[in-house]
Write a protein that binds this ligand. Sequence first.
Ligand code: IPM
Ligand code: MG
Length: 351
Amino acid sequence: MKARVVALPGDGVGPEVVRSALRVLEAVAERSGHRLELTEALIGGAALDRVGAPLPDDTLAACRDADAVLLGAVGGPQWDDPSARLRPEQGLLGLRKELGLYANLRPVSLWPCLAQVSPLKAELLQGVDVLVVRELTGGLYFGPRTLERTPEGERATDLLVYTEPEIERVLRLGFELAQRRRHKLCSIDKANVLETSRLWRRTAQRLASEYPDVQLEHQLVDSAAMRLVTAPASLDVLVTENMFGDILSDEASVLAGSLGLLPSASLGAGRLGLYEPIHGSAPTLAGQDLANPLGTILSGALLLRHSLGWEAEARGIELAVGRCLSQGARTRDLGGTLGTSAMTDAVLAAL
Ligand code: IPM
Ligand code: MG
């Protein structure tokens, strides 16, 4: 089989971790007789510097044309001017929106050999296997915003907007994913305060009768944040709106031991998906062979699974990562000394 993948290295450690993941994907493809057609395109700050736009038209066109997109990270201090009109992050947000990738899957499970790496007590982490499903193209991130001068000073607004269809499609995916896991769906909202959350909760309640084998519960986002670190093993699939999901997924990464380990898949109506580690561009680590490539390598596994349907190959990558971790391979974020490329070599050797 042949598949077209666009790589968007982006900024900071992005190019290094994407290079690692591509080495692994190419090795897997070669071994299984598949062909990967790889192209690279600009996004984020790198695109701003080179062509003056965070999401150039030809990047978007290449992504639309591909079977899957693998992204590193965007952003960095050199583009952090709060009064700038264009920011690297607009490249990523624009890509998610333009490709209609409304659901962001962030699986968090514990590699047993890393139980000591997490700052949480090892006994609390027993059996942790959480899937955060974050709504990705609505809410505060995409609502109208304003900035105006008033006699009292400046005034800014970000509007939180959700329509019922937007809520329904991501909830349905949450129910379906729960059906393939432990049949528990925790819908997270702030229904005691926000109208969008009340619409969210009513929609979840309405859909529940169609998924009688899934146990639905509702939880307020503040107490869900606490539960994630006090009773994480009680959670299966979490589904929530864009901003809550952004925050809770970084929190959930603590369970795994490091932000650097976590992959994500952003999916829409078709097979085309965007795959990226959940960590950012980590500018202080950039260019020094220090970043943990596993989040991106595991994103590559999700890419094979969800966009290409190469389940055995995806499993192969995950098993290889598990094996090299259990043999003691550790990057610095995990308390070890391996660099980005040495960790990648370890995964390739374990494949
Ligand atoms: C993430 C990131 C992005 C987001 C930033 C870089 C815009 O934090 O993917 O979680 O907020 O969605
Ligand atoms: Mg985030």
